[in-house]
Design a protein around this ligand. Structure first.
Ligand code: DGL
Length: 270
């Protein structure tokens, strides 16, 4: 049995899920968080479905072994490929992240929506279902953000290399008349200033961190799992499977998140 003081377990293929962790911390400041960035195995977007499923399962298991009372899959790629399996296997609430196709369609006046996601998310059955379901009177221009996650993992979110990749991915959307852009990877949230610099107000950008934090709040409340005691300083443990934790540490600082611990961990089959 879990008590309210148990942490929320959050994982992503790397640093991207920190955009979700920051939103959770903002909405639920009393909750302890255990975050694991699978940076040693990123990017998931260029891996096989079986690899994404296997890593997601290992990370979920690892977080639960460390006492997580709920799991947040802060990765669109892992959610679209593995969430059904995780929900079937683990008894705790499992909350995922999906590209914000529905709000984008509602927002778009042009009825042309750009979807920037990883190659693995774009080929997933779940995304195809979302596009079919919401696509009656809307056209989608989908592009894989090849190379972007690799740069973000190094802490590079602006500059010539980022601008060139964004230009390549987003220009076809702008040319097709898209007025709304779905950021279908949690990593891409960190590119919003660069997107604005390149495309000005061309796109209304849809990012789902806040919506996921709301859902986490709702699920914990419904399951009686909200932290009961008000702690002034609930733990925020940040782990990475990469050899160096410097990018994770630097990102936490940039997001004004005070980490109780930042460490390298091995999450592997034992
Ligand atoms: N952050 C992940 C997502 O939301 C993907 C990044 C990757 O390719 O590893 O899809």
């Amino acid at each position: 049995m879990f008590n309210g003081t148990a942490p929320i377990g959050v994982f992503d293929s790397g640093l991207g899920g920190m955009s979700v962790a920051a939103a959770i911390r903002k909405r639920l400041p009393d909750e302890a968080i255990l975050y694991v960035a699978d940076s040693g195995f990123a990017p998931y977007g260029e891996k096989t479905d079986a690899f994404i499923k296997a890593r997601s399962r290992l990370l979920a298991h690892w977080l639960l072994q460390r006492g997580a009372k709920a799991l947040v899959v802060a990765c669109n790629t892992a959610t679209t490929h593995a969430i059904t399996q995780l929900r079937g296997e683990f008894a705790v609430p499992v909350i995922g992240v999906e590209p914000g196709v529905k709000p984008a369609v509602q927002f778009s006046k042009a009825k042309v929506v750009g979807v920037l996601a990883t190659a693995a998310t774009l080929r997933s059955k779940r995304l195809q279902e979302l596009l079919t379901h919401h696509g009656q009177d809307c056209r989608f221009v989908c592009q894989a953000g090849h190379g972007l996650v690799e740069l973000i993992e190094q802490g590079i979110v602006a500059g010539a290399s980022v601008y060139a990749l964004l230009e390549k991915a987003l220009r076809p959307m702008a040319d097709a008349g898209a007025d709304t852009l779905v950021l279908g990877s949690t990593h891409y949230a960190f590119l919003m200033p660069s997107i604005a610099r390149l495309f000005g107000e061309r796109f209304q950008v849809i990012e789902t961190g806040g919506a996921v934090a709301r859902r986490v709040d709702d699920r914990l409340t419904a399951c009686g799992l909200r932290a009961q005691t008000q702690s002034a300083d609930p733990a925020l443990h940040l782990y990475s499977t990469a050899a160096h934790t410097y990018p994770l540490q630097r990102l936490a600082q940039a997001l004004s998140l005070t980490a109780s611990q930042v460490a390298t961990v091995s999450v592997a089959l034992s």
